[in-house]
Design a protein around this ligand. Sequence first.
Ligand code: AMP
Ligand code: ZN
Length: 472
Amino acid sequence: MITLYNSLTRSKEEFTPINPPHVSLYTCGPTVYDYQHIGNWRTFVFEDILRRTLEKNNYKVNHVMNATDVGHLSGDNLGDADTGEDKMEKGAKREKKNVWDVAQFYLDDFVQTREWLNILPPAKFVRATEFIQEQIALIQKLLDKDLAYETETGVFFSVDSYPEYGKLSGQKLVDKRVASREEVEEDKLKKNPADFALWFKTVGKFADHQMRWPAPWGEGFPGWHIECSAMAMSLLGEQIDIHTGGVDHVAIHHTNEIAQSEGATGKPFAKYWMHGEFLMVDGGRMGKSLGNAYTLHDIKGKGFDLLALRYLYLGAHYRDKLNFTWDSLEAAQTALVRLRNQFIAHSEQRIGVEATSDTGKMYLQKFMDAINNDLNTPQALAVVWEAVKSDLPQEAKRSLLLGFDKVLGLGLETEIVTEAETSQEVQELVSAREEARREGDFAKADQVRQRLENLGYTVKDTKSGPLVVPKV
Ligand code: AMP
Ligand code: ZN
């Protein structure tokens, strides 16, 4: 049995999909105007753990993720929907490129660097601009049902015409109005300031907008929220099992998705809504202007294994805030290396230990209990360590760890398959080389590599970290 925390009911619930063993999963993807930062990646890793856990429990997961390449305004995440600049246009200005090239570049980067974190690719990874007709059709449906209205500047969803508006966050409309900041410019043509854009016409501040499509209400581009409703419903059906994102999506993006989707179909949209808590850096918010919105390139550039970042993420429950520091990443990397080394070291100790399959089963059960309990990764990691330190025979450990890693995705398989039987001295040299590389002392790193070569070992740098193999 899997239990998951459902933001919609604000409680942990037993997971029962609409059409077992199939599970439809929609995860809100990156806005491709810049590199994703390690906060964004924390959410994507949480979603990857969710998917792997479902698959480990033999569900057939149909995972769809979108890439937002149009319509996401900077105010949308900050609590002031429809305000600010279009993120894609902002990226294009910054890089003096056209928006299409910017989108392609960051989309490619996302796909490439996602592999570094060992995140499984979704069954479908689709771009909002590929679904313009579906979005137009959905907006038309909302207009036909009088849930939306047209103004000179666009088409807006009328929150007052949808009584359940806000049920996800529990925030009352009045609160929302009070909360909206005074300095924010407001479209005076909206009937209610909380109404949100489904379509922006390319007039006024958007007259020069690069992305534009013809629509029954005039040329323009879709708002951010409508894309996820249109894509999720086109690709997964009007009712889906699980919809996820970061906590910042609760109050606006997902609230608006629910209103649009359920308003249009009259049916519940997603059965379970799940949200990952924020990653903080040095105890505070992450921000480009603060210089701490690190990317995976930054982490790699400092010589870290990206799977150490994944290990760091797993050390906290996805519904708890996690504070990133370089020291904590260092500690995560040490733990990961220790995990790999422990395993390799144990490969020599197979004689004299009785195979106790009951013990193996007990660890597997403990692991599954942890992960099936609302994805409790810190507890699952604790079980991993218990198993590693136990006196289980090597073969049992190997298969246990491989099984655990199907969920954790820490890339243990590479290490295990190669199974270099290394001595303490060799392990210390590998660590010394890693440290030198991290400190940018490449001359020293090379010296250490040479010493390893002299001892008969070659070091390979794999995507899951350094791998030491005996020379053949
Ligand atoms: P975006 O590219 O802004 O659409 O964000 C991609 C994903 O990252 C969304 O699910 C956001 O909710 C999530 N996200 C944004 N900032 C953070 C953060 N600091 N920590 C964790 N997740 C975040
Ligand atoms: Zn979305």
